[in-house]
Design a protein around this ligand. Structure first.
Ligand code: NAP
Length: 549
């Protein structure tokens, strides 16, 4: 056999076309890493073996060699990052070099070497390594996104196959900074770049179209090797990373916090089903100036707005629909071709729509519990349809104020028994976190319909009470899906795939509830902490995987 023609030995003479996603593999031993690589190699034959996670990285290389021989189609990177650079390897730069040389001899096509290690070596040692294997010269900043050009100037002293700069996003706009940097440098160099952290999601996906040759993913949820890393199948199935290109429109849900929002799941499902070239991201915005700058620079075509920005976003908009003006809150933003921002409120339709389908609202007596954002949408929307609206709230003053603004009525709890309602709309967070408390006592449920806006639980205490009282229950998912359907239609002009959106949300909520309380081996139920593997596997991601099957 002509060994030079063998792909494993061809790395120095032929440029390798690498897939868009490199899956980072960790494990307690090489066998575990190999098992994960075997399970993914047909789907995505590009791996980073994190040798620094192994007790004996050099011995690990010997074992992984067999995988490399069995899978000449796989492109594999060996990384043995030292602890000083954010890895787990406790050895010196010289020991790291020794492991990487061994990896080169074993048939890895690339090694990842940190700038500081390269600087600690003799140039001849670095050049010798590079003569044997492709080199990804990398730099990680675990605190911020700054001095990218200065860092790159230090990296350019070394010739490398890829220059990889990974920073940390402390605000959304750091993603723009990173992507502009990558765009600029990728004209002359093979670049890889993205931001870590929850706020770095945008660059993990979009830096590819700025010129980053590839991005990284975890093998599965809970196995992330860097903050904010996404599991490979989520990146492929939820965010459709293979299809992200220059024409892909970007949307997102902006709030603080947003990590538990189901909107990315439901919207990406809808985009995929309707073949819309768009991606929808969770945007953890610490402030609105940061968000709006990103909307303009990326640009972002549309936003869902959630707590706490539904009211404060209005002053950033160039125009709004009438409902937004009346309610004083916006949950949907559209960026027009000329860059102008327009606001809509689809929460109102999310509440009024499901009620209207069941009963006539003209003259109907409706009790709204709560006086916050969701209650505002309910009160104004119901008044608009001619309902007689009563507002009850834990704190009387905001309810009285809202009643005055909307020409509705304030009602004290003690007076509830004097009324029979057509519907009760519950708009407080009571019951949201699985707690067994209800905003009403059983005897206070004197209505034909109970609309439970809380949608994080399949069955709240209020829902159970309402069922016992023979009231018909309307679930919060109906509001959630209805408002999302409207958003989809406003953004795309297409009818939304309602059934798919409903299914994926139902599944995610069921899974979330199941994963919250897991029976332990000693027979007692326990709440999952964030450190547990079950908790780390996001129900949102699992629901989507299930929906695709
Ligand atoms: P918000 O603006 O923060 O308003 C919260 C309201 O709930 C206030 O009136 C507050 O009363 C009351 N409240 C808070 N904690 C309470 C407690 N422990 N006991 C009694 N009342 C309490 O929130 P929001 O945006 O209106 O959201 C309210 C709920 O609606 C959320 O929990 C969410 O689950 C649900 N929601 C659902 C959807 C959907 O699509 N299904 C959409 C939006 C909202 P005070 O004035 O006394 O503080």
């Amino acid at each position: 056999m002509n060994t030079l023609a063998h792909p494993r030995f061809a790395t120095r003479s032929l440029p390798i076309r690498v897939p868009r996603v490199c899956v980072a593999l960790v494990g307690a031993d090489p066998g575990e890493m190999i098992e994960k690589a075997e399970s993914l190699v047909r789907e995505n034959p590009f791996f980073e073996f994190r040798l620094d996670y192994l007790r004996d990285p050099a011995a690990g290389v010997t074992k992984i060699r067999r995988f490399l021989e069995m899978h000449p189609e796989a492109i594999c990177v060996a990384t043995c990052r030292r602890a000083v650079n954010g890895g787990k390897f406790k050895g010196s730069a010289a020991s790291e070099l020794s492991v990487l040389n061994k990896a080169a001899a074993a048939g890895f096509q690339f090694v990842d070497i940190e700038l500081e290690t390269a600087q600690a070596l003799k140039l001849s040692e670095y050049e010798h390594l590079r003569s044997r294997v492709g080199v990804i010269l990398s730099h990680h900043d675990f605190k911020a996104t700054k001095k990218l050009d200065e860092t790159f100037d230090r990296m350019r002293v070394f010739v490398a196959d890829f220059y990889k700069l990974i920073s940390t996003a402390t605000r959304l706009h750091d993603n723009v900074v990173m992507m502009k940097f990558i765009e600029d440098k990728s004209h002359h160099h093979s670049m890889v770049g993205m931001c870590m952290g929850e706020q770095g999601l945008m660059s993990r996906l979009l830096s590819l179209r700025a010129g980053s040759v590839f991005t990284f993913a975890a093998a599965s949820p809970g196995e992330e090797t860097a903050p904010g890393q996404i599991a490979f199948r989520t990146l492929r199935d939820v965010y459709r990373i293979d299809q992200v290109d220059a024409a892909t429109r970007v949307y997102g849900v902006a709030g603080d916090p947003v990590s538990h929002s189901l909107s990315p799941l439901v919207m990406n499902t809808a985009f995929r089903r309707e073949n819309v070239n768009a991606v929808y991201l969770a945007l953890h915005a610490k402030d609105l100036d940061d968000l709006i700058q990103c909307v303009r620079d990326i640009p972002i075509s549309g936003l869902s707005i959630t707590m706490p920005y539904k009211e404060s976003i209005v002053e950033y908009l160039d125009g709004t629909d009438e409902v937004t003006q009346r309610v004083g809150a916006c949950n949907t933003v559209v960026r027009a071709q000329n860059g102008k921002l327009f606001g809509f409120n689809t929460d109102v339709a999310g509440i009024v729509g499901p009620l209207q389908q069941r009963t006539a609202l003209e003259g109907a007596k409706v009790l709204v519990i709560g006086a916050g954002g969701a209650a505002r949408a309910a009160v104004f929307g119901l008044k608009e349809r001619g309902a007689e609206v009563f507002i009850m709230n834990r704190t009387p003053a905001p309810a009285q104020k809202l009643a005055k603004q909307a020409k509705a009525k304030y009602i004290a709890r003690a007076d509830l028994k004097k009324h029979l309602f057509e519907a009760i709309v519950h708009a407080t967070p009571v019951g949201m976190n699985g707690e067994r408390t209800s905003p009403l006592r059983p005897e206070e449920i004197r209505a034909k319909y109970v609309f439970e806006l809380v949608y994080s639980e399949p069955e709240t205490a209020l829902v159970k009470m309402a069922q016992a009282a023979k009231a018909q229950v309307i679930s919060g998912t109906e509001m959630f899906v209805t408002q999302a359907v409207r958003q989809f239609e406003i953004w795309t002009g297409k009818p939304a795939p309602v059934a798919d959106m409903q299914n994926v949300v139902h599944q995610a909520i069921q899974m979330r509830a199941r994963s919250r309380v897991t029976p332990s081996t000693n027979g007692h139920s326990k709440l999952n902490g964030t450190g547990s593997k079950t908790a780390a596997r996001s129900p949102v991601k699992r629901a989507l995987e299930k929906a695709r099957k």
